[in-house]
Design a protein around this ligand. Sequence first.
Ligand SMILES: NC(=O)c1ccc[n+]([C@@H]2O[C@H](COP(=O)([O-])OP(=O)(O)OC[C@H]3O[C@@H](n4cnc5c(N)ncnc54)[C@H](O)[C@@H]3O)[C@@H](O)[C@H]2O)c1
Length: 281
Amino acid sequence: MHTTSTAAETQSTVEAARSAAPEGQRVAVVTGAARGIGESIARRLGRDGLHVIVADLLSMQDGIDATVDEIILAGGTATGVTVDVTEEESVAALIAAAVEAGGHLDVFVANAGIAQVKELLDYDAEDFQKILDVNVTGVFNSYRQAAKQMVAQGHGGKIIGAASIVAFRPFALLGPYSATKWAVRGLTQAAAMEWAEHGITVNAYGPGIVGTAMWDLIDEKLAAKNGQQRGEALAENAASIHLGRVSVPDDVAKMVSYLAGEDSDYVTGQTLLVDGGIQFS
Ligand SMILES: NC(=O)c1ccc[n+]([C@@H]2O[C@H](COP(=O)([O-])OP(=O)(O)OC[C@H]3O[C@@H](n4cnc5c(N)ncnc54)[C@H](O)[C@@H]3O)[C@@H](O)[C@H]2O)c1
């Protein structure tokens, strides 16, 4: 196993990685990489030749281990690190772990996020605070800590955040979630403006309907609300996808590969939709 364990949820450390980054290799951090879209992004960046820091909550240690192993089996190099993105010091420790493993930081993908499905009138303050903490404060912590490291290094970098189609068009029952993704889009634009002088580009990706654990939850809650069978709410929403199929995580990973690579050097401040044609920006 090429993984990490930590004493506390809020601490992230790196274990001596048997797959340390060779000299000169670009280094990417991906948060929420134990499963779903983050896992796919981590695997893709590994195939692209970057040393990947696979980061997720301590409770997702098995998924972290599995993603690291998959990258290494495919011929790449990776290190597992635990993080809670809601805690700034945990994200700072994640950056330190990345630098320890790879010598520097070139790409940070702030992918970690959660969804909640509820009518606005049913919301309680605790749930609302929770989604703000993960989806907004988590991205704020990630962007800032990554930028601090990149500014100190002095040779630019790529910061990439997870927005969503709902950053352009909210879905009913996903109100606070939609608001957090609008916030990511706004923060991405402001960060791009402030950090351009340091050669740092900041962009976000906006997936549509991707078949992950997150959409399992959304489908379950929408179905319960609307008196439908499991799968019906997903099928109903999928009918609006012009390319005619629900997205897979690899669709998103391809976009992130572009944003992490030199072909996107002249792109900054953008939230790029990768949704099969649901919403036109
Ligand atoms: N699935 C979709 O259809 C869809 C659509 C648009 C945007 N997105 C966004 O893409 C990103 C990934 O979504 P997914 O579908 O893979 O979700 P997922 O639930 O399958 O995975 C999210 C990962 O984030 C991790 N995470 C949650 N809170 C964390 C924290 N505080 N610190 C560190 N890690 C944490 C989870 O442990 C999990 O591994 C999210 O930001 C999501 O909002 C997803």
